[in-house]
Design a protein. Structure first.
Length: 376
């Protein structure tokens, strides 16, 4: 049987990692900041409480690396929610099956209206999102609708339930470029506390999804943890880093993306077990830039306009704007269906103008067919 990240995960002791991170000193942080390559020990120091006193030099290094690797560009994407049907019961999600809300799955006509509305906003990069419902919003649904959606956009990514390797390989032939799959938390016991019913209860099936994506040859693989589920955002961030390093070693042909979602208000939502402050979020983002200078770092509309305008110029190179988190949100707004409440509700033009004022160049389309990928 092929090795997967589960093999590495079993070698990692959550409590030991937490203790080691929290025991790092100022000297450890200074040594990490002066290192040419970030080791795992350096990573612990940069994520530690001691590093909070070094936010300015950390941000300066992160910004320098971001400009070196990505210039002054920031790419735009937008999520399209196809369905809020879900067969899972998760404590933190507005789409959970136990929540009493109106359920909606877009049909062919409604999808076309959404695509037209999104294109009028200027977007070329689309992220498809659904609740996790394998029968009604599964492979048959994707086979039926992906080719038509792909014809409207330059790139297509997906955030849906974990699938089999052969299904990812098939979706790639239909025009899928990337898959975002967040573990939520890497603490198995805490994971079990928040996933009460449905296939998402299977911790290891989800943990090994990026391995299946890598074997299927998916172009981009997105990782992340939902800050607030576990009582240590620092340890979850370290686990995300371990996952990234594993994947880069074993599936080097794929590109990678890291996201930093924090719990947001939603119907039936749970209170966070730990709170990551905005300065701590900056610390995490900058740490990942030092660890992986070439990796895409993404920031969504979960965060406030002020925070996004302040942090994007430091280390972020991929952002969403004007996100609607409910099916039909662009052509016919229905806020009662939304998964969570976005914080930054500005229009794409307003976000782009703010970036331009910061000396950055908004990029709506970052590649074309002559670069080796088909736009159909």
């Amino acid at each position: 049987m092929a090795a997967t990240f589960t093999d590495r995960w079993r070698e990692l002791d959550w409590d030991d990692i937490t203790l080691r991170i929290n025991s790092k000193t100022s000297a450890d942080v200074e040594q990490a900041l002066s290192s040419r390559k970030v080791t795992r020990d350096n990573l612990m120091a940069l994520l530690s409480p001691a590093a909070s006193q070094y936010l300015e030099p950390l941000a300066q290094q992160a910004q320098r690396l971001t400009r070196q690797r990505f210039g002054n560009t920031v790419s735009f994407y937008v999520p399209l929610y196809l369905s809020n049907l879900c067969a899972n019961d998760c404590t933190y999600c507005g789409f959970s099956m136990s929540n009493k809300l109106k359920r909606k799955t877009l049909d062919e006509f409604e999808i076309a209206k959404e695509c037209e509305a999104i294109r009028r906003l200027g977007f070329e990069h689309l992220l498809l999102v659904t609740g996790e419902h394998q029968t009604k919003v599964g492979m048959d649904y994707f086979r039926q609708h992906l080719p038509a959606i792909r014809s409207h956009f330059s790139s297509l990514q997906m955030e849906v339930q974990p699938l089999d390797e052969h299904e990812y390989a098939e979706l790639k032939t239909l025009g899928l470029d990337g898959v975002m799959v967040y573990q939520e938390t890497y603490h198995q016991a805490v994971y079990a506390q928040h996933h009460l019913k449905g296939n998402k209860q299977d911790f290891f099936w989800r943990l090994e999804t990026p391995d299946r994506l890598g074997r299927a040859g998916m172009d981009k693989i997105g990782l992340g943890a939902l800050t607030g589920l576990s009582d240590s955002w620092r340890t979850d961030c370290f686990m995300v880093a371990e996952h990234l390093l594993w994947l880069q070693q074993h599936y080097w042909q794929s590109r990678y993306s890291i996201s930093f979602p924090r719990l947001r208000p939603c119907t039936g939502g749970v209170e966070p077990a730990s709170v990551m402050s905005e300065s701590q979020l900056v610390q995490a983002i900058c740490t990942f830039r030092l660890l992986a200078p070439d990796v895409e770092l993404s920031l969504s509309t979960r965060e406030s306009p002020w925070f996004r305008d302040s942090v994007i110029p430091i280390a972020i190179n991929n952002v969403s704007a004007f996100s609607k988190t409910q099916p039909g949100g662009y052509a016919d707004n229905h806020p009662e269906l939304e998964q969570f409440a976005p914080h930054d509700g500005r229009t794409p033009a307003e976000v782009a103008a703010a970036l331009t004022r910061s000396g950055l160049q908004p990029v709506w389309k970052d590649w074309d067919s002559f670069l080796g990928r088909s736009s159909q």
